[in-house]
Design a protein. Structure first.
Length: 135
């Protein structure tokens, strides 16, 4: 062992080598707490789509069963028909709700990106800064 490594601080012996590759351009977006929560949760409407797919798949399966089999019991037949109708109605409603509300995350990301001015255009940092530049 050389005399140089014996005199070094023991903490320095265990520090990792840090290498940094520089970005040409780094864009930083400011995000509010509510926007961060929306992004963190993902699209809350995806559960509507999942239930819609489940109900519509079940309704299609029950429709095939009703068309391809003879059901002797009136009670069983009524349960199959009711399940089929409920599956189609609720599945379509959930699908429509999902379609209408599906863009909450995309809208949030677009709103964050629109805050960035076009390249080369300068904006004042605050409303007070804008007033002082005009004066």
């Amino acid at each position: 062992m050389s005399s140089h490594t014996q005199h070094q601080d023991p903490v320095q012996l265990f520090q990792p080598e840090i290498r940094r590759a520089r970005f040409d351009t780094l864009t930083i977006y400011e995000v509010s707490d509510s926007e961060l929560e929306i992004l963190e949760q993902g699209s809350p409407d995806s559960i509507l789509l999942n239930f819609s797919i489940f109900l519509l798949s079940t309704a299609i399966s029950f429709t095939i069963t009703l068309l391809s089999t003879t059901i002797q019991s009136n009670r069983t037949y009524t349960c199959f028909v009711a399940s089929t109708v409920v599956g189609y109605v609720v599945g379509v409603l959930l699908l429509l709700l999902w379609w209408r509300n599906r863009k909450s995350v995309s809208k949030t990301v677009d709103a964050i990106r629109k805050r960035l001015p076009p390249e080369g255009e300068a904006r004042p940092l605050s409303a007070e800064g804008a007033r002082s530049e005009q004066a």
